[in-house]
Write a protein that binds this ligand. Structure first.
Ligand code: MN3
Length: 302
């Protein structure tokens, strides 16, 4: 039987960014509801007694409705448990130590990471989660849809924020970006993220040097980490940015094709990896569209 972990802080500790009313509903009704459903789904089945991570990995992308329900509720239990640990009334000083150094190395400045985090979470369509994670030897900001979670993927999460409306609607109404500003600026549990970062196996974050490109052209993914950061670069011209984004998109296409050829259709990891690559490709495309819209005149609005 799974149970809802206690909140690691008082219900009043995060106001006004997160009110006691939000926490009571979110923790006591939403999270508790996922746990209750999960327990009912696995009770008296061969899955009873299995570890949460095992349930997530084995039910991921199953075609059976029952297993899909197991996955959704198990993922939501894991994600919410991680979310409560990602919040702190005392996290206001921002990252420090080795994690702060790594943020400077991978994003340039903490302000750039904050901006990227808020923009990426704001632009995520529908329900899901946003993560600061380590993947491919560097820090990255990724989102997952609905109950999808990083368990069993290449990404190791350091922090997460809930993008479902129930996480912010009472306190911020439709302003998801205001909630994300509050999270990354005031609520994020940086000491917990630093501890997770310190616990990573050395090989996972070893590459102090940026990955060496194989050809003459620099690899934009290892250079910028996210297509949004490439667009914002002040050292590149518009044509260079377009060329690099097109190369980025081509690389993703090739990786998607390799996934399709290299792994069996029944491999649950394949679908997850493919959906992650497709999400990244969509972001690259959207950045290309942004650049194409930019003429000699100033951008309108925003
Ligand atoms: Mn939630």
């Amino acid at each position: 039987m799974f149970s809802v972990p206690s909140l690691p802080f008082a219900e009043t500790a995060l106001q006004p960014d997160m009110s006691p009313e939000t926490l009571r509903l979110h923790h006591g009704a939403h999270h508790a509801g996922y746990v209750e459903k999960l327990n009912a789904l696995v009770a008296d089945t061969v899955q009873a007694g299995l570890a949460l991570e095992h349930l997530i990995e084995t039910s991921r992308r199953s075609a059976q409705p029952h297993q899909q329900a197991v996955f959704n509720n198990a993922g939501q239990h894991w994600n919410h448990s991680f979310f409560w640990e990602s919040l702190s009334p005392n996290g206001n000083d921002g990252p420090s130590g080795a994690l702060a150094d790594r943020i400077a190395q991978d994003f340039g400045t903490f302000a750039t990471l904050r901006e990227l985090f808020v923009r990426t979470g704001r632009d995520h369509f529908g329900s899901g989660w946003i993560w600061l994670a380590v993947e491919g030897g560097r820090l990255t900001v990724i989102t997952t849809h609905d109950g999808e979670c990083p368990v069993g993927t290449d990404a190791t999460p350091l922090l997460c924020c809930d993008l479902w409306e129930h996480a912010y609607y009472l306190d911020h109404q439709n302003r998801r970006d205001a909630f994300l500003e509050a999270f990354i600026g005031r609520l994020a549990n940086w000491p917990a993220a630093e501890a997770r970062f310190a616990d990573l196996p050395a090989g996972e974050v070893a590459s102090k040097e940026p990955a060496k490109p194989t050809g003459d052209a620099p690899d934009p993914r290892s250079q910028f980490g996210s297509p949004e950061l490439l667009v914002e670069s002040e050292t590149l011209g518009r044509e260079q940015k377009i060329a690099m984004l097109e190369q980025w998109h081509l690389d993703l296409d090739n990786r998607l094709k390799a996934e399709e050829e290299g792994m069996s259709a029944s491999d649950p990891m394949r679908a997850t990896q493919e959906s992650r690559l497709a999400d990244e490709a969509a972001r690259v495309k959207s950045c290309l569209a942004t650049l194409s819209d930019r003429t000699g005149e100033a951008r309108q609005g925003s």
